[in-house]
Design a protein around this ligand. Structure first.
Ligand code: ZN
Length: 286
């Protein structure tokens, strides 16, 4: 199935759903993620994409899960239909929970969720709150309610097979718009409680559009659009070289003594190498 995000409305409510199996598999392979880290990173990336879909063109959102668990910090950053992210300790491991599920909550531990929205023509806005349980979807739901006063329902899922390959990934996001009736919200709550896990639906071939129809059954659902989504980092050799050029003179001078300078992008696990001549060039430009 293609990686896509579908947007819909239903009687004063936004319902978004997405399938990201391929892009999450790509990201977890790039980062060499363990089963546990794959689930955490995938869920965080799904959440970031769903929230970015509610924002305007050119706006960006970054979500950080900063807990005291073995995974360390989990970060996802989305803009439009593109997402990137990383896990501080991608090889972290924990035993499965009693129900056989990966223990993402234990992997993240106790701490905070920090969300920054980069808006157009405005200062970036950062909010945070204490993590609900480190399971990512519940943390995002709590954050949206506590910090942004927007009641919503977030479900995120990543299925990882025995070999560590991501076999299904996706999620959905439901948010009431101003003026939405209590009856509609009650109906949606009932529908959500009767809906299987999103990964189960994706596994049997349900598209995000079909998932929205299930979530919105009994309501007047209006499918707005379906867009492709992808793993994409914003880094480039040029941008990293430009960033090196912003270092103070002493640091740059020190680098200019090395034959090769390496710079690493944490978001896509890419290492860029620069020659002595390139660093000298930056010094000469000062
Ligand atoms: Zn990068």
């Amino acid at each position: 199935m293609e990686d896509v995000l579908t947007k819909a409305t239903a009687e004063g409510v936004r319902i978004y759903a997405l399938c990201t199996t391929n892009l999450v598999r790509e990201a977890t392979q790039k980062h060499g993620c363990s089963h546990l880290a794959s689930a955490a990173l995938g869920r965080a990336m799904n959440g970031a994409l769903l929230l970015a879909a509610t924002m305007k063109d050119g706006e960006r959102i970054s979500v950080r899960f900063k807990g005291d668990g073995p995974l360390g910090e989990v970060v996802a950053d989305a803009e439009g239909n593109s997402v990137r992210g990383y896990v501080e300790n991608p090889d972290a491991f924990l035993p499965l929970k009693a129900d056989g599920k990966l223990d993402v909550g234990g992997g993240i531990g106790a701490g905070n969720i920090i969300v920054t929205r980069y808006l157009q023509n405005a200062e970036p806005f950062t909010g945070y709150c204490e993590l609900a349980d480190g399971e990512i979807a519940s943390d995002l739901t709590k954050y949206l309610y506590v910090s942004e006063q927007t009641p919503s329902s977030v479900a995120l899922g990543v299925l990882v097979d025995k070999d560590g390959t991501v076999t299904a990934s996706g999620g959905f996001f439901i948010q009431a718009m101003p003026g939405c009736s209590e009856e509609v919200l009650a109906k949606l709550e009932e529908n959500v409680s009767l809906t299987p896990y999103v990964t189960q639906l994706l596994e049997i071939g349900y598209t995000p559009e079909k998932i929205i129809e299930i979530l919105g059954r009994g309501l007047d659902v209006d499918i707005k659009e379906t867009i492709p989504v992808q793993f994409k980092c914003r880094c480039s050799r040029e941008k990293i070289l430009a960033a090196l050029g912003n270092l103070d003179h002493a640091s740059l001078d020190e680098l200019a003594h090395d034959e090769v300078t390496e710079a690493h992008c944490q978001f896509c696990n890419t290492t860029y190498t620069f020659t002595q001549a390139e660093i000298q060039g930056l010094l000469n430009k000062e």
